[in-house]
Ligand binder design. Structure first.
Ligand SMILES: [Ca+2]
Length: 149
């Protein structure tokens, strides 16, 4: 009987521990990022061109997005837009993964330009994948989008 009570009290203790994170998570529900996990290239969130995606920067967070060049030959130009109320709290870096290149990530020097409430990066790519890295102040919300021309 004593053993049974001991086992039951352990189970109750474990259940209580399991509920703690749920309760804590509930507090920050407004800042849920549905794209997580997306902290590195292996978990990069795939963007569909012209379909904006909302994100939130967490503590010690980086958010990685990717988009392949559209089908077809020739050089294509793209524009990445990150819209946020506080552009000064966001750092946007855009690179590329190019087939046949021995480097993992190529940095063609595409510059992030702040224009009012959004940050823009324009560039051109013949064939490959545009890689977008968003970092910044924890709690900053943003909307990221890529379009091709
Ligand atoms: Ca992330």
């Amino acid at each position: 009987m004593k053993t049974l009570i001991a086992v039951l009290s352990i189970i109750v203790a474990l259940l209580a521990l399991a509920l703690v994170p749920l309760a804590l998570g509930g507090c920050g529900a407004a800042a849920t990022d549905h794209n997580e996990p997306n902290d590195d290239l292996n978990t990069a969130h795939v963007l569909a061109p012209g379909v904006p995606v909302d994100g939130v920067i967490g503590p010690d967070d980086s958010d990685v997005f990717q988009c392949d060049t559209p089908e077809g030959d020739g050089i294509r130009s793209f524009i990445v837009t990150v819209q946020t109320e506080t552009p000064q709290d966001i750092e946007l870096q855009v690179g590329a993964s190019i087939p046949g290149s021995w480097e993992g990530i190529t940095w063609p020097g595409w510059k992030a330009v702040t224009k009012g409430d959004h940050i823009e990066v324009t560039g051109t790519l013949k064939k490959g994948t545009v890689l977008m890295f968003v970092k910044g102040t924890s709690g900053t919300t943003y909307t990221i989008d890529i379009t091709w021309r």
